[in-house]
Write a protein of this length. Structure first.
Ligand code: GDP
Ligand code: GDP
Length: 438
């Protein structure tokens, strides 16, 4: 079931990122257990009571050097497009401004649920600052203090009230959901067309069922797929065009909804920072990942070109060392036939379960050969038992004497051992250390 989305909107300095961090809590730290994963604090999952949802800090999206009002409008429109609920943050210390009124109007017209947070109300004596904000016309103002963590519970209760009740899963479980991620012009649409144009691909004439409505379901050799086309979305709205360079939101949503992410790179241009950021999300989200180097036709090649290019990719995407790389051309169709079989392969692996006894034998061997180092107090990690608790991505829990003793490098060592034994091509794997008696 797709999680609902909360977007935080408001002028610079009203406290959006402070509130975002409060709502997100420690989650970001939890998913991030490898160096090189870009920390980006504009999008994260969060939880309140029994609700899991996504939070977007629209203020974190760089808007180049547009004037404030233009930026505000774009952020508001993005939030309207992407979110189920919008948290509109104003500054209780400064009072209402013209920009607040303008944003309020845009939000009001959208008819999206809005929860109004009056921030920087650090103590109760300031409550009378609330009243002027009633005139924004977007509902009752909630007094909060992001930096002191006051009032957020009530605010989130209100937010959760507005979450859609039943968001149905888009496709049945056996459908392989594929998204194509990458900068404009790398050839995402061309790749989609090339996939759909392949022999024996039967494209469904039922249009996409999600609100994004650019999904293309198809079938090949008895397997159902759907392509989630972020490139198509760009052509849909003006906001998307104007924010294409810096908005990663659509990519993130597509990643969320997919099983297999095709990270598309233009062979001519190579990799840029943005690519790494987006790939980092796919990794953190635990999706299966294939790196697709498109436009391979335009590259002048000798016998080392592919090896060198591959090395460059490995150097840039250190944490994606498990992702297979395909060199192909959507235009000439050269090597296109490798793509769907690779999608099938990584998708299967993404859902692979390893037998508990084999896993435990492997861990015992690894630990015998290379015991965890002792910490400064002379304590050493001991692993009692290991088990796979989830697939997609494969997730392993190790029951240990003290989870604090599980260090990054040792986790990495164990991951490598697991990868040496089982073919986990194309999928991130998670290793969680838990105290033995928990
Ligand atoms: P953003 O630009 O809207 O993301 O705002 P930030 O979260 O970066 O906050 C801007 C400034 O306001 C920072 O100096 C914060 O420490 C401060 N701030 C955020 N929340 C509060 C609050 O509840 N009370 C006070 N007094 N300051 C706050
Ligand atoms: P998107 O923005 O990522 O969806 O990229 P498009 O699919 O719209 O492609 C951008 C441009 O690159 C178009 O002019 C395509 O014809 C061209 N293009 C796409 N794939 C290839 C390829 O494999 N080789 C070459 N030479 N050009 C390509």
């Amino acid at each position: 079931m797709p999680k609902p989305v909360l977007a935080i909107v408001g002028r610079p300095n009203v406290g959006k990122s402070t509130i975002f961090n409060r709502i997100v809590g420690e989650r970001i730290a939890i998913v991030e257990d490898k160096p090189g994963v870009t920390r980006d604090r504009i999008y994260s999952s969060a939880e309140w009571l029994n609700h899991e949802f996504h939070v977007i800090d629209t203020g974190g999206i760089e808007m180049n050097e547009e004037p404030l009002m233009v930026q505000m409008r774009q952020q508001a429109e993005l939030a309207i497009e992407e979110a189920d609920v919008i948290c509109f943050v104003v500054n209780g210390r400064e009072g209402m401004t013209g920009a607040d009124e303008e944003v309020a109007q845009i939000l009001y017209r959208s008819k999206k649920p809005v929860v109004l947070a009056v921030n920087k109300i650090d103590d109760p004596t300031m409550h009378d600052r609330l009243y002027e904000f009633y005139s924004l016309g977007v509902g009752d103002p909630f007094p909060i203090s992001g930096s002191h963590g006051i009032g957020l519970g009530d605010l989130l209760d209100q937010v959760a009230e507005h979450f859609p009740k039943d968001k149905e899963e888009d496709y049945d479980e056996d459908t392989v959901r594929i998204s194509l991620i990458g900068r404009p012009n790398v050839g995402k649409s061309s790749l989609v067309n090339a996939i759909l144009g392949e022999e024996r691909v039967i494209v469904s004439d039922i249009p996409g069922t999600t609100r994004d409505a650019i999904d293309t379901p198809f079938e090949k050799d008895g397997q159902d797929y759907v392509v989630i086309d972020t490139a198509g979305m760009r052509k849909k709205g003006k906001v998307y065009e104007s924010t294409e360079k810096y908005s990663v939101l659509r990519a993130l949503r597509a990643i969320e909804r997919s099983d297999v992410v095709l990270m598309v790179i233009n062979a001519e241009e190579g990799i840029i920072e943005q690519d790494k950021k987006i790939a980092g999300y796919a990794h953190e989200a635990g999706r299966a990942i294939i790196i697709v180097v498109n436009k391979w036709d335009v590259i002048e090649k000798d016998d080392k070109t592919m090896k060198n290019f591959e090395q460059k990719i490995r150097d840039e995407f250190l944490y994606l060392d498990y992702a297979p790389i395909l060199f192909l051309s959507a235009k000439t169709k050269r090597r296109m036939h490798n793509l769907l079989p690779m999608v099938n392969k990584v998708s299967e692996i993404h859902n692979m379960r390893v037998p508990t006894h084999v896993l435990n034998d492997l861990i015992v061997d690894a630990v015998t050969m290379n015991p965890a180092p002792t910490d400064s107090g002379g304590k050493r990690l001991r692993i009692n038992y290991a088990t796979q608790v989830a697939v997609a991505p494969p997730t392993f829990v190790l029951f240990v004497n003290d989870p604090e003793l599980m260090h990054f490098s040792y986790r990495r060592f164990l991951e490598n051992k697991i990868r040496d034994t089982f073919d986990f091509t194309g999928t991130p794997i998670r290793i969680i250390a838990r105290k033995k008696n928990d």
